[in-house]
Design a protein around this ligand. Structure first.
Ligand SMILES: [Zn+2]
Length: 246
């Protein structure tokens, strides 16, 4: 069996070597349990703790795992092996609990209840909560915790061809989407993209540039954004929207 281990680690050499050994042992154990060839990538991202892709026509399964799994108890590793083989709600639940315990994703402060804001998720055309839930299942394993609402549609200064499609308010953990998007003429993939982008702001930690500037759209953010299936046409539509509609 073949497996490729990709670890992005900066540290002293011996530490890296022992980590590498632990990765290898862990992957071998998973391969034994699943009977599959695995290509495992370990990460320290706060947003991906487990994902796996079975490529059509290929035997190997690509798995993305948070490093905290290296120290996971046996029943959690077993749940990972199960999910590599098939979708299983029970196993998903085990992993979700483990991730919560590890607090690898959300800092404690995010558990504070947000201040009262009027939440309106059902628009005339699009139901933001439904879109959010669907994206959460598909891209965030249901771990993105944020509220979502249609915004009030604040207008930009007259003569300015500019619109903010969506915003993310970190203190309230609240996504606002511009009500100009609640139209039949606006394709659903574009609304989905805006919601997805703001969900990423909730999920991906803000990075800092060497000079200390905060990078909201860090490399990690852009990389994660590329996972969105309709990225290209959504971004194209966004430019069109600004040019034609406003
Ligand atoms: Zn952004």
């Amino acid at each position: 069996m073949q497996s490729r281990i990709v670890g992005r680690y900066i540290g002293c050499v011996s530490a890296a070597q022992s980590l590498e050994r632990r990765f290898r042992r862990f992957v071998e154990c998973l391969e034994r349990k699943t009977g599959r060839v695995l290509r495992v990538r370990f990460n320290r991202n706060r947003w991906t703790y487990f994902s796996c892709t079975r490529e059509r026509g290929r035997r190997a399964v690509r798995v993305n795992l948070h490093v905290s799994f290296l120290d996971a108890p046996a029943h959690v590793v077993h749940a990972v092996a199960t999910l590599i083989q098939r979708d299983d709600p029970e196993a998903r639940h085990v992993i979700r609990l483990f991730a919560k315990d590890q607090s690898v994703f959300w800092d404690k402060r995010s558990d504070r209840p947000p201040r009262k804001v009027r939440i309106r998720t059902r628009g005339e055309v699009y139901d933001l909560q439904a879109i959010f839930d669907q994206l959460n299942r598909r891209y965030f394993d249901n771990l993105c915790r944020a509220q979502i609402t249609w915004g009030n549609g604040s207008k930009s200064a007259r003569g300015q061809r500019h619109i903010t499609f969506g915003t993310y308010d970190k203190t309230r953990r609240l996504i606002r989407v511009h009500p100009a998007l609640d139209k039949r003429t606006v394709p659903e993939y574009f609304v989905r993209y805006i919601v997805f982008h703001e969900m990423l702001h909730a999920a991906v930690p803000v990075a800092a540039s060497p000079s200390g500037r905060r990078l909201f759209h860090s490399r990690a953010f852009r990389q994660r954004e590329r996972e969105f299936e309709d990225l290209e046409r959504a971004q194209k539509y966004g430019r069109h929207f600004v040019e034609e509609v406003i």
